[in-house]
Design a protein around this ligand. Structure first.
Ligand code: ADP
Ligand code: MG
Length: 449
C-alpha cells in the first residue's frame, strides 16, 4: 500500500519535495490506525508530519487502510549511524530499534520563520547576510555564528530560517535547534536518569547545532560546563554552531570567561533596534498576509505609517498590534482608520510612549566622553568635542523620531546638513573603528535600559 501512496505523492508534491521528504521515509508498521515511519532526523519527521501528514493519511485511506494518525520516529542512533568509537552500552535499545530518547534533541521549528518572510533593512542587514551565508551550507567559514540583539528583533526568526533552508537543501543532515533552556532541561534530565553518556553522544552526533538565548545558562555552572564541552567537540569536528543571545558575548554576566572567548572567536553580529523604514516594511508585508484572511477590510492611508512611528519597541509588539487591529476591525465591520487604531491600541500606544529624548542622549554622551554638556551644543570644533557631538547626533537620529532640522535646532541651532554629515561620518566610523562601535553600543544600551 505504501508503494501506491508513494507513487501518488510523487505526482502531487513535486519532484523536489518528493526526493527530499517522501523518498527517505521508511514504512515501519501499521497498528490500531497508527501508521509509523522511520525518518533519518527528528526535524524531517516534524516537517513531513506538518506538511504532508494529512495527505498521507488521506491517501492511505483511499488505498483501503483505515489510518487516523501517522507517526515518525528516528531509529536508534546505533542502528542508523556509524558505530561510535566508544560503543556505549545502551541496554534497552537493542530489541526494538526505536527508542524515544534516541530522538534528536531539537525543538520544532516555526514554519512562518523563513528567509522569505524576513524583511531586511539597515538594522538587520549584516545579521541577515551572515545567516544567509551559513544557510548555504558550504564549508564552515566562521564558527560559531553569534547573533545578538534585544527582544523581538528577529534572532529566533533568523535561526529557524537557517534551519529550514539547511534542511531542505540536505535533509539527511542533523540540524538541531533548541533554546539554552531546553539544553539545560535535557542536561538535568540526563543527569537525573544517569544517561549522561547518551546525552553526550546525542549532542555530538549533531551536524549543525543552534542554541537560542544562550544568556539563559549564565550563572548555571554545570550546564555551562557541559555546553562548553559540547561546543568544543562540535567545533573540533568542524560542525557549524549558531548561537543567539540578548547581548554581546562579553557582556553576558555570569558566563565563564573561557566560554565568552570561545563565543567571540567566530563571527559576532548584532541586530540593531528597528528603524522606521524597517518597521513599515514589516507591517506592509504582514498586511499582504492578512489581506488573504480578511479580504473585505479597508485599510485607510497613513495607518501603517502611524504604527511604524509610534510602536518602536519590538517587532513582536508591532505584529501583535496589527493583528489585533485587523481582528477588531473585522469584528465591528469597520474600515481601519487612524481613529480606530488609536482606540483599539490605546494600551500598546501608551506603553511604547516612553521615548528616548535628545536631552537624555546629550547627557549620556557628555558623561561617557567626560565633556561638559554645554560643549556638546556649543560651537567648538576641537576633535575631542566634535566627535562626541556627532555621536550624539547620530544617536538622536537613530533612537528618536526627530527630523534632521529638529535635531540641528537642539544642537545649538545647527543646519540640517551639518547633522546629516555628522550622522554619515559616524556610520562610516562605526565600520572602521572598533572603539567607536563599542562606545555606540554601550550608549545605546544604557539609553534603552
Ligand atoms: P527574538 O528572538 O529576537 O526575540 P523573534 O525572532 O522571535 O525575536 O521575532 C519576534 C517576531 O517578530 C516574530 O514573529 C518574527 O517573525 C518577527 N520579526 C522580527 N524581525 C522581523 C523581520 N525583519 N521581518 C519579519 N518579521 C520579523
Ligand atoms: Mg527569540
Amino acid at each position: 500500500t505504501w508503494g501506491h501512496v508513494r507513487a501518488e505523492l510523487q505526482k502531487t508534491v513535486g519532484k523536489n519535495n518528493y526526493v527530499n521528504w517522501i523518498e527517505p521515509l521508511e514504512f515501519s508498521s501499521l497498528r490500531n490506525g497508527v501508521a509509523t515511519f522511520f525518518v533519518p532526523t527528528n526535524f524531517m519527521g516534524n516537517w513531513v508530519s506538518r506538511n504532508f501528514g494529512e495527505q498521507i493519511i488521506h491517501l492511505l485511506g483511499k488505498n483501503g487502510e483505515a489510518v487516523s494518525r501517522v507517526e515518525f520516529t528516528v531509529p536508534a542512533i546505533s542502528s542508523s549511524r556509524k558505530a561510535s568509537p566508544s560503543q556505549v552500552p545502551t541496554p534497552a535499545n537493542s530489541a526494538e530499534g526505536t527508542k524515544e530518547d534516541s530522538e534528536l534533541p531539537g525543538a520544532p521549528l516555526d514554519n512562518r520563520f523563513t528567509f522569505d518572510s524576513f524583511v531586511v533593512g539597515k538594522p538587520n542587514e549584516l545579521a541577515h547576510a551572515a545567516a544567509k551565508r551559513v544557510a548555504e551550507g558550504g564549508p564552515v567559514t566562521f564558527n560559531p555564528l553569534f547573533l545578538y540583539g534585544g527582544v523581538g528583533l528577529g534572532k529566533t526568526h533568523l535561526m529557524h530560517a537557517i534551519a529550514h533552508e539547511l534542511q531542505s537543501r540536505s535533509p539527511q543532515q542533523n540540524v538541531v535547534y533548541l533554546s539554552a533552556e531546553q539544553f539545560m532541561y535535557r542536561f538535568v534530565q540526563a543527569l537525573r536518569e544517569r544517561k549522561m553518556m547518551d546525552f553526550k553522544e546525542l549532542f555530538r552526533s549533531v551536524d549543525i547545532l543552534m542554541v537560542d538565548d544562550v544568556q539563559f545558562i549564565a550563572g548555571k555552572d554545570s550546564t555551562q560546563e557541559e555546553f562548553f564541552h559540547t561546543f568544543n567537540a562540535l567545533v573540533d569536528q568542524n560542525k557549524q554552531i549558531i548561537i543567539s543571545a540578548d547581548r554581546a558575548p562579553g557582556e553576558i554576566k555570569g558566563l565563564e570567561d573561557r566560554i565568552k572567548s570561545r563565543l567571540q572567536c567566530g563571527l559576532v553580529v548584532d541586530l540593531h533596534p528597528t528603524d522606521y523604514e524597517l518597521r513599515l516594511g514589516i507591517l506592509q508585508q504582514k498586511v499582504v498576509h492578512y489581506r488573504k484572511q480578511y479580504s473585505d477590510l479597508v485599510l485607510a492611508n497613513g495607518v501603517l505609517e502611524f504604527l511604524a512611528h509610534r510602536i518602536s519597541t519590538n517587532v513582536r509588539v508591532l505584529e501583535g498590534a496589527l493583528m489585533r487591529l485587523f481582528a477588531f476591525a473585522s469584528l465591528v465591520g469597520k474600515e481601519i482608520t487612524l481613529d480606530l487604531a488609536q482606540d483599539c491600541l490605546a494600551d500598546i500606544l501608551r506603553a511604547s510612549d516612553r521615548k528616548i529624548t535628545i536631552d537624555e542622549i546629550q547627557r549620556k554622551v557628555s558623561e561617557h566622553y567626560n565633556i561638559r554638556l554645554s560643549e556638546i551644543i556649543g560651537p567648538r570644533r576641537l576633535r575631542t568635542i566634535a566627535r562626541p557631538r556627532q555621536i550624539a547626533m547620530y544617536l538622536a537620529k537613530q533612537l528618536t523620531s526627530r527630523s534632521l532640522p529638529e535635531i540641528g535646532r537642539r544642537f545649538g541651532g545647527r543646519d540640517h546638513t551639518t547633522v546629516m554629515h555628522g550622522v554619515k561620518r559616524v556610520e562610516e566610523l562605526k565600520m572602521l573603528d572598533n572603539q567607536i562601535a563599542e562606545d555606540l553600543e554601550l550608549l545605546r544600551r544604557s539609553l534603552e535600559a
